[in-house]
Design a protein around this ligand. Sequence first.
Ligand code: GLU
Length: 421
Amino acid sequence: MEKEKKINSLDVAVKQVDIAAKHLNLNPGLVEKVKQTKRELTVHFPVKMDDGRIEIFTGFRIQHNTTRGPAKGGIRYHPDVDLDEVRALSMWMTWKTAVVNIPFGGAKGGVQCDPGAMSRQEVENMTRRYIWEIAMMIGPDRDIPAPDVNTNPQVMAWIMDTYSMLKGYSVPGVVTGKPLELGGSLGRHEATGKGVVVVAQEAANQILGFSLEGAKVAVQGCGNVGGIAAQYFERAGAKVIAISDMYGGVFNPKGLDVQRVLDCRNQYACILDRKTPNWDEISNRELLELECDILVPAAIENQITHQNAPKIKAKMIVEGANGPTTNEADDILRDRGIVVVPDILANAGGVTVSYFEWVQNLQELLWTEEEISDRLTRIMKRGFAEILGVSRRDKVDLRTAALILGIGRVVKASELRGIYP
Ligand code: GLU
């Protein structure tokens, strides 16, 4: 995407609360409460770099809400991470865990950095020091981090180790998305991408009356979410016609060989590094405006705005990313009859299997891949059915329905607990 004035994700998230609150008869004080985060920590910390220099990094951990259970949400490493972005992401985690009805609140963390320009050792040093700085806030019974943009199972392993060293004993339940060898769960790595495809299938069948077989799908992003969703779409018989990374994408109207694209990216670190006659180059902007049945934004926030929403040709958008659509774009898409399956349901597969991982850690259980997959599919289908029900009952789009469901559950829990003292 070309650089435009940066849209503030927190403004988007707060406006969503106002939109949903109009449909709910809630105590205005409690609505104000959920527009704010509960607890915020900003840390500045030194890291020894490979060349002997000491560099100062800035990181955040924010708990938006813990009314329904421990705070839960990933940690991202990105140069653009800032307080308002982490606040918005933590708020979306609260609604997400409520929509799929798992007993967590919402949190998020991030460090301003460019991990692509750092060595593995530097990323490890930075991770360990950041976790040490936020250790007083996290724990298996209070706040459980997980992977997000540019963090992975190895980073989760360093988090688990650092926290365990501080405690003096191993605490696998402090973080999810760990490697299998350290108490990670089968199916966690695929969970978000798989969940995207489960809800895409439900929405295509039940709202628009088409099946994934032969459907044309364009995917923005090819990380943990986009890359895996593309594979599951292909397995379901869909034609994945475009995939991109942060530098640009590849396009073939007859369908790409997804595995080949992902292998190429793994090998060359960039989708565009190696062209074959079967692929055309495409920009991220062009990808979003392609003629297709399903568009999956699975990269970062604010990709679909008032500028490109009028040009989107997909029948349906399934939000693999958190916050890819602005409020203005939502209005335009709704008026144009384009179905948007919102992030707080569409990408909830990741946190759902994080929940399974945490339960297995606390109870020292090991579930099979089949058990995980069945439970995930059931929860995603139930979430979809519930938001479709609210959307039909209240005559609202799916995002508003999901927010009504999520915010409604959180505020109801708040009312039951009451205000202390
Ligand atoms: N970072 C993922 C998300 O945005 C997963 C969070 C988790 O598993 O806690 O949903």
